[in-house]
Design a protein around this ligand. Structure first.
Ligand SMILES: [Zn+2]
Length: 707
């Protein structure tokens, strides 16, 4: 059977070999057995049921919790020439009946369903009359009542065991600790399932955590090497998300905001654009993520600290699902620690719950202050032992310096104690450095014995030390929320001189720049031009087929084309990810780009497309002109054209004061019949409004009239 599976893998999906456990899982399910599959994101989960679905007779039923995920998979399968459909609430009654009819006639190979739909008695009865190849239950951890993604309908999926005793079932998840694993087995009645546990190591992700100094500036530094890459930036608050998205766009990094405070349609629109366009940055709260299957997210950046390692692992795991190098980058500082500790203190819930959360936060903080390999520490938290340092994280690559901080730490704790256990780090540092300012004087703190004892260290070093004291639980944050520090019980051995303390030395931002990561070097500069040409062709085809670009070909396939330079269709067929159907459809077109016979770089259509993207992302015409390397006048002409075609709204294109806009509109609308030409109106605004702006306003009015 594995032979047959291999053939399907090559012919349909275009891959030469199975990865990790895939082969064993496919063999198990293909021959009718149940399976429980734990695989990290990007491990190739979907192949584990898609290949057996094609191996076996009958209809494969896939349960998935999110419409976006289903649509994405169906589009991918359709491109591969596999008959797949998703039945969901967005379809009309007619469409649903049509799908049911096609299923009944045996024309559909894979049916994607939401759990609530599958467990409807009518649906179950309908399926019982059919020949079913298998049931695949994706995101199986949704069955766990203790998890964040709990979906009550998942509990009812257990009845499949009884209703379809002969049909193999495969449950899959990327997030499951031991307890959740047992819950999945129990609730889904998978007692006979073979368990396949993959390593949770995401080897292609490079982890870096830096001390937070000037977060925006640091982020720009990080992004500078990643121009044109898609990524996610996580922030804690909605306001920060909005501000940062605007700031990044202004700085020439097209970015969109995403958080629960935005209207549903706008959120869905931003998500869709993120999936369908290249090189967009999504700035988001944690509301963004579940259901994002975009494989070529090249980086995930955190500007605020996640609450737990589970969250950190899950969020960073959205990078590099295609297996290509990707970055997980985080800026972290004392304010994060204080904020999260206070949130925890003020949260509702019983003591036990708080203790669990506290424990999780401590583990997160420990990773931030880790002096050994980050990956080893991260995996150890998930009970997985990595025998050697990974060589692919900041600590491994840059090395970590530690220093004996025993004495300064005692001075710092003493400063907290002697000043009354109520002041924040800023004041404590002033006292230690002996700064004679108003606040110090007003409180009489210049008379404390610790006043000025800390001049051997710089302000930055003191702040780093305080952060590490709090992170290690040697000092606590006050409960009232003013950020004051107090001593904790665990600092006593240190104060009494019974233990010593080694701390991490923060690399100052003035230190030599850390080495670039593999992800930022993915495409070398001499390859850029051909790479962009390939991406442009891919985007064009994606638009024609109304699918996201990565459904045409994933980045890994494009990259292999770039590197191996196939000279014929036969060569092309050997590239990983080029199956029979795609070779036939797209092989020639990509070959021509590689051979340079087609000039796809920046056709006028591309320029327009890019311009619309940038304008929607909030860039001003001047910024767009810089970005596209063309004249501002040219930009305005194209903007007017896009407005006329209703690809852009006037508000997206220009930032005009409302009353001025009103005045211009009135000038155009004065009189009967046709809109007057710009030349007629221009004298009224001479010296105030550039003529190009008038063209845009006129185009908007024109478009409105034609409606
Ligand atoms: Zn490492």
């Amino acid at each position: 059977m594995l032979d047959q599976a291999q053939r399907i893998l090559k012919d349909v999906f275009g891959y030469d070999a199975f990865r990790g456990n895939q082969g064993a899982i496919i063999e198990r399910v293909g021959s009718g057995g149940d399976a429980l599959v734990l695989m990290p994101t990007g491990g190739g989960k979907s192949l584990c049921y898609q290949v057996p679905a094609l191996l076996r007779e009958g209809l494969a039923v896939v349960v998935s919790p999110l419409i976006a995920l289903m649509d994405d998979q169906v589009a991918t399968l359709e491109e591969l020439g596999v008959a797949a459909v998703a039945l969901n609430s967005t379809l009309g009654a007619e469409e649903q009946r049509d799908i049911a009819e096609r299923v009944r006639r045996g024309e559909i190979k894979m049916l994607y369903l939401a759990p609530e739909r599958l467990v409807q008695p009518r649906m179950l009865a309908f399926l019982q009359r059919l020949d079913i190849a298998l049931f695949a239950i994706d995101e199986a951890h949704c069955v766990s009542q203790w998890g964040h993604d709990f979906r009550p309908e998942y509990m009812q999926l257990g009845q499949l065991a009884e209703l379809f005793p002969e049909v193999p079932r495969i449950a899959l998840t990327a997030t499951a600790d031991k307890r959740t694993r047992e819950e999945i087995v129990q609730r889904l009645h998978l007692e006979n399932a073979e368990r396949f546990l993959s390593s949770f190591d995401r080897r292609n992700i490079f982890y870096r955590i830096v001390p937070k100094e000037q977060p925006r500036k640091q982020l720009l530094g990080f992004l500078a090497e990643r121009r044109g890459d898609a990524g996610i930036v996580y922030c804690m608050s909605r306001k920060k998300v909005d501000d940062l998205a605007a700031f990044l766009t202004e700085q020439g990094f097209p970015a969109l905001p995403y958080h629960a405070g935005l209207p549903n349609e706008l959120r869905a629109f931003h998500q869709k654009r993120f999936l369908n366009e290249e090189g967009l940055i999504m700035v988001a709260t944690i509301a963004f993520g579940m259901g994002i299957d975009k494989p070529n997210v090249r980086f995930v950046a955190h500007l605020d600290l996640p609450k737990s390692l589970e969250a950190y692992y899950q969020e960073t795991g959205r990078a590099g699902r295609d297996g290509l190098p990707a970055d997980a980058w985080m800026a972290y500082g004392l304010q994060d620690v204080i904020f999260l500790k206070q949130m925890l203190n003020n949260s509702e819930g019983d003591e036990r719950h708080k203790r669990v959360e506290q424990h999780k936060l401590d583990a997160m903080l420990a990773l931030c202050e880790e002096t050994r390999c980050r990956r080893q520490a991260l995996l150890a938290y998930f009970d997985e032992e990595l025998p050697r340092p990974c060589g692919h994280c900041d600590n491994c690559v840059d090395g970590v310096q530690t220093w004996d901080a025993t004495e300064p730490a005692r001075q710092a704790l003493s400063a907290i104690y002697r000043s009354g256990q109520r002041y924040g780090v800023g004041h404590l540092v002033d006292v230690l450095l002996g700064r004679d300012n108003d606040k110090v004087r007003g409180l009489g703190h210049q008379h404390l014995s610790v006043f000025g004892v800390g001049k051997a260290l710089s302000e930055g070093e003191w702040r780093s030390l305080f952060r590490q004291l709090v992170a290690r639980g040697l000092a606590d944050v006050d409960l009232e929320g003013f950020g004051g520090l107090r001593l904790s019980d665990s600092c006593r051995p240190l104060l009494r001189g019974e233990v010593t303390l080694e701390l991490r030395r923060d690399l100052s931002s003035k230190a030599p720049k850390p080495a670039s990561s593999a992800a930022s070097q993915l495409v070398r500069s001499e390859e850029r031009e051909t790479w962009e040409a390939l991406r442009t062709l891919r985007r064009k085809l994606a638009e024609e087929h109304s699918v996201p670009p990565y459904v045409i070909f994933p980045d890994a396939t494009l990259l292999e084309m770039l590197r191996s330079q196939p000279a014929s269709l036969a060569d092309m067929a050997r590239i990983s990810g080029v199956g029979a159907r795609k070779l036939e459809r797209y092989g020639q077109a990509f070959l021509e780009v590689l051979q340079g016979t087609v000039e796809v770089v920046r056709s006028p259509a591309d320029l327009r497309h890019e311009l619309v993207t940038l304008a929607r992302a909030g860039m001003t015409p001047a910024q767009i002109a810089r970005q596209l390397d063309c004249s501002e006048k040219n930009v305005y002409t194209l903007l007017a054209e896009a407005i006329g075609k209703q690809q852009l709204s006037l508000e997206q294109a220009l930032d005009l004061p409302e009353d001025l806009l009103g005045e211009i509109q009135e000038a155009f609308l004065d009189g009967e019949g046709e809109l007057p030409p710009v030349a007629d109106v221009a004298p009224l605004f001479a010296g105030r409004v550039p003529e190009q702006v008038l063209f845009c306003v006129r185009a908007a009015l024109q478009a409105e009239f034609e409606l």
